[in-house]
Write a protein that binds this ligand. Structure first.
Ligand code: PAF
Length: 312
């Protein structure tokens, strides 16, 4: 099956490498010409969980090459997997996605945080949009093509809108993802899954960035632990008021994620360290936005949003 991976970061390269290794026809769309040229010439360098390193051939182009002219038949794909950060979903990217997709292309969106699905639905009214939540771990080890698979979490996906889905395509992707080695599953509860992940990100990401600490060190100090707990309570109350289902023990889950990813630098801290724009507006800023809509106060989410914005 033809699959476009939009975004050449760690998650994009991991999906490209594993899917191409499983025999799928993968094209990676990158932000820079330089990265596309390297990928086209040398392939994805994939380091699997068991430490095996292999170069895997993929097709690759830069998103800017989509600017003008007709899209050739060779670019029509059944699925687009959108792996760019929230901050990259702007008018220019939406324009390119419109050019890359046709009425029959399905788009799987793997962003952290909230807000992107509404934006994509408004910009691509005919697209078959799928929301995804992934807990796979990946790290890019150079500026172009070397990716390490660091963690084997589940990948859930489901149609954003019940009346815009394609059973055949979604089952095909599910099968292909599983064959490629992902622990993939289809879900009708994507809003809930997105909120559960948002709750974890809203506690760990801003505080690791503010305190410049790894996920494992974050709860090790009593002051930080208290702040984590307060941010958790506030966020959980807001998401529950917006329909998040009462599930297992969310706080325990936050602590488990800190333990399971103890040595990791969160994505927000690594953005801050690299001087990149963070996803704070779509994580804690997104929670504050929901609170405003619901008429609930969100002082801690407002505060961490303002603090993290000062860090980059
Ligand atoms: O954004 C991240 O870094 C990850 O989603 C998480 C769960 C916080 C672990 O590092």
């Amino acid at each position: 099956m033809k699959i476009h991976i939009v975004g050449g970061g760690a998650i994009g390269l991991l999906h490209a490498g594993l899917l191409a290794r499983a025999g799928q026809e993968v094209t990676v769309w990158t932000r820079t010409d330089k990265q596309a040229e390297r990928l086209q010439a040398e392939g994805v360098r994939l380091e699997t969980l068991d430490g095996v390193v292999r170069d895997i051939a993929v097709d690759s182009h830069s998103l800017s090459s989509l600017q003008a002219g007709p899209i050739g038949e060779e670019h029509s794909a059944a699925w687009i997997i959108l792996t760019v950060k929230q901050s990259h979903i702007d008018e220019s990217l939406l324009h390119r996605l419109r050019r890359l997709s046709s009425g029959t292309t399905a788009i799987l969106c793997l962003q952290n945080g909230i807000g992107h699905m509404e934006k994509l639905a408004a910009a691509l009214p005919d697209a078959l949009l799928y929301a995804g939540v992934t807990s796979v771990g990946a790290r890019r080890l150079d500026d172009a093509r070397h990716v390490r698979h660091t963690g084997d979490g589940p990948l859930w996906f489901g149609a954003y809108s019940e009346d815009k889905k394609d059973d055949y395509l979604q089952n095909l992707l599910l099968k292909i993802l599983k064959t490629a080695g992902f622990r993939a599953g289809l879900s009708n509860e994507m809003k809930d899954m997105i909120y559960q992940k948002l709750l974890i990100n809203a506690v760990i990401n801003p505080l690791t960035a503010i305190y410049d600490t790894t996920n494992g060190e974050l709860p090790q100090h009593p002051t930080r632990l208290r702040l984590m707990r307060s941010l958790y309570e506030e966020t959980s109350a807001i998401l529950s008021a917006d329909g998040m289902k009462p599930g297992g023990d969310g706080w325990q889950l936050v602590m488990q994620v800190c333990a399971a990813t103890a040595a990791n630098v969160s994505s927000m801290l690594s953005d801050v360290r690299a001087g990149r724009q963070t996803e704070i507006d779509w994580i804690n800023g997104g929670v504050s936005g929901l609170a405003v809509r619901l008429g609930i106060a969100s002082p801690l989410n407002d505060a961490v949003t303002a603090l993290v914005k000062q860090l980059h």
